[in-house]
Design a binder for this molecule. Sequence first.
Ligand code: IMP
Length: 174
Amino acid sequence: MPRDQLDVLIPEDRLQVRIRELGAQIRKDHGDAPITCIGVLKGSFMFFADLVRAIGGDVRCEFLGVASYSGGTRSSGVVRITDDLRAPIEGRHCVIIEDIVDTGLTMDYLVRMLAMRAPRSLRTCVLLDKPNHREVAITPDYVGFSIPDAFVVGYGLDLAERYRNLPHIAVYTP
Ligand code: IMP
């Protein structure tokens, strides 16, 4: 069986530098206020862990389980919540933390769903943005890196559950 081709797109040290910048910006924008960080599982787990440490101060951690792909490299366009938040977010400053925005369908759905719960503020933070592939107009408040329209894996992102444990972002070529 031929091996998958994986080419490093963003090395570990560049990820970490950028995440520290994002964390500092998010903290600055919220002052000393408590922030509820909402990690979208599974893809954001590694980014989430590094980002909440970079934000610092009063941070609550919540998670949403979402399935939007069914094991392939194309979005199904169907967003399914597999695990909801454990705590109410009414009156709280919230930041949704996602691994990647591609078509925008997942983020658009999550923003609309969470906005109905009356948070005090609701911002969005993504590590990777593939702006050329949008099906709905959505602009994240915080973006780590804008990347070309390729399928990427690593640092939490998977291909059929593989490669999440890579410490860097790589382009996958079948
Ligand atoms: P969207 O709904 O098309 O914006 O896609 C969002 C979700 O699709 C992300 O949370 C990822 O789980 C997944 N996804 C999109 N592009 C990629 C990719 O290049 N690699 C791995 N997962 C991806």
